[in-house]
Design a protein around this ligand. Structure first.
Ligand code: HEC
Ligand code: HEC
Length: 430
């Protein structure tokens, strides 16, 4: 756990505990406060650390911010409908993933506007780095570029948890506030408004921009609470700590999961200790195209010309001219995956068996997953236009031809499901 996530939190805390620190005051100096500023000199852009560049009247501790963040996270009063909080979609009882089996949740001012993607779990994201187009494997050979990696959301477009918090608060199909000022108006009326002031200073609500920024930071700090967001208390973790043993079935499942020639799952969903000795997160957070079927249950998909192409848009807009990125989505962690009722970025699958069958049969029995074209042939990878099919991953288990034997039998699939269930948090030995 030595990533830039922790560094950013450390940087934040450094700013908080060192009121005299140059960084915030430097970039925050309003032009009026600087007599030498002329009209020719542009004000300094806030830059990457703009979020910290607001001097607070009072320096809150991370613990105080987490308390405010927790209250905000489950406050429906922060939404335009008055009905929806972060917790409505990211349910604490479901590892901060979706509470139900809907492919997409509904939000907006009337609570009826459908989203376009399945809700991801918010657990075990603490080491997700900012998005990068190139990931160099940490195995000593720096010449291997494993492609794009990192960033928040299914397409990696948000660089941090605090940046991401602003999105649902303002999105028209989520919490649907018209502006940051509207969010702050709701915060002023919130039952924990006094606590917000006590934490960030009595004047915090005088400046909407400042209040909104620190509200996002409070949400982020809450989402970095270890006991809620990365408890590492699954059976799998207990086995690593030598406090438990896998059953024979779980052990078989683990071997199948790791076998490079068969499931090859661990090549993306890393199951080994991290290079600095951290417990495995079951994702390398790389962005990869695996060609999941189109989901007709998503209303946006009623338009045959609409495709969610992940990295190359349309939600993400900075890489729209990069055809080699079309169809790529961020590899999710598999921790707590068995608590979900919808899987993949478009929620097309509803059980783990179904997901595993997709992996091992996608290329050998494509007719099970994709619809038929009018001429009777199978429309393989029907949620990705044909010109991008070259982007699809072709390593095991995706290295087979129609008619070949799948790499796993149904019994193998049951074993792997048993193994995946050991990744659920909250395991107790009795
Ligand atoms: C209407 C449902 C909904 C609500 C409400 C909602 N989210 Fe989300 N959240 C999503 C979806 C869907 C995604 C995936 C978005 C994407 O990939 O484009 C997501 C993604 C995220 C991510 C990125 C996770 C990752 O895997 O990188 C974070 C962090 C997050 N939400 C935090 C929040 C916070 C904080 C709130 C409240 C301020 C909130 N969400 C409210 C549906 C919701
Ligand atoms: C080449 C990288 C790669 C390999 C190999 C791989 N996965 Fe994945 N996995 C992904 C990506 C990327 C997604 C998300 C795809 C999407 O939503 O379009 C995903 C999604 C999943 C999900 C859904 C999780 C969720 O939260 O919705 C499960 C379960 C899963 N993988 C299990 C496996 C298993 C089991 C194997 C081995 C048979 C495997 N994966 C092999 C990259 C990979």
């Amino acid at each position: 756990m030595s990533s830039s996530r922790l560094l950013s939190l450390a940087a934040l805390l450094a700013v908080l505990v060192l009121p005299g620190c140059q960084r915030p005051t430097e970039s925050n100096a309003p032009p009026a406060a600087s007599p030498t500023t002329t009209t020719a000199e542009k004000p300094r852009p806030a830059g990457a650390d703009g979020i910290y560049a607001v001097t607070l009247a009072r320096q809150p501790s991370a613990a105080e911010m987490a308390v405010v963040g927790r209250a905000m996270f489950s406050d429906p009063g922060l939404s335009a409908s008055g009905q929806m909080s972060c917790a409505s979609c990211h349910s604490p009882q479901h590892a901060y993933g979706p509470p139900d089996d809907l492919a997409v949740q509904h939000g907006g001012p009337d609570g009826k506007q459908p989203g376009v993607r399945a809700v991801p779990s918010l657990r075990y994201l603490q080491t997700v780095t900012a998005f990068s187009e190139h990931h160099f494997d940490n195995d000593g050979d720096d010449s291997v570029d494993a492609g794009p990696t990192g960033g928040h959301t299914w397409d990696g477009r948000s660089d941090s948890t605090h940046a991401q918090a602003a999105v649902p608060l303002l999105s028209t199909y989520e919490m649907a506030n018209a502006s940051p000022a509207e969010v702050v108006a709701r915060l002023r009326r919130a039952p924990y408004a006094d606590q917000f002031r006590a934490t960030f200073g009595q004047d915090i609500f005088d400046d909407d921009t400042k209040a909104f920024r620190w509200a996002s930071m409070a949400l982020e700090v809450f989402q970095e609470t270890p006991e809620e967001f990365y408890p590492f208390d699954s059976k799998f973790d207990a086995v690593l700590r030598k406090q438990a043993k896998f059953t024979a079935q779980e052990a078989r499942g683990q071997a199948l999961f790791n076998d490079e020639k068969k499931g090859n799952c661990a090549s993306c969903h890393i199951s080994a200790f991290t290079s600095d000795g951290g417990f495995p997160l079951f994702s390398d957070f790389g962005l990869i195209a695996i060609g999941v079927p189109r989901n007709p249950a998503i209303p946006a998909n009623a338009d045959p010309a609409y495709f969610d192409l992940g990295l190359c848009g349309p939600l993400r807009t900075d890489l729209q001219d990069r055809p080699e990125f079309c169809g790529l989505f961020r590899t999710p962690s598999l921790r707590n995956v068995s608590t979900r009722h919808v899987f993949m970025h478009n929620g097309v699958f509803h059980s783990l068996d179904e997901v595993l069958r997709f992996y091992v049969q996608r290329d050998v029995r494509p007719e099970r997953f994709y619809p038929r074209k009018p001429d009777g042939s199978v429309a393989r990878y029907d949620d990705l236009p044909a010109k991008y099919h070259g982007n699809l991953n072709a390593d095991a288990p995706f290295d087979r031809e129609p008619g070949q034997r799948p790499v796993w039998s149904e019994a193998d699939i049951r074993d792997v499901v048993a193994f995946l269930k050991t990744l659920d948090d909250g395991w107790r030995s009795h």
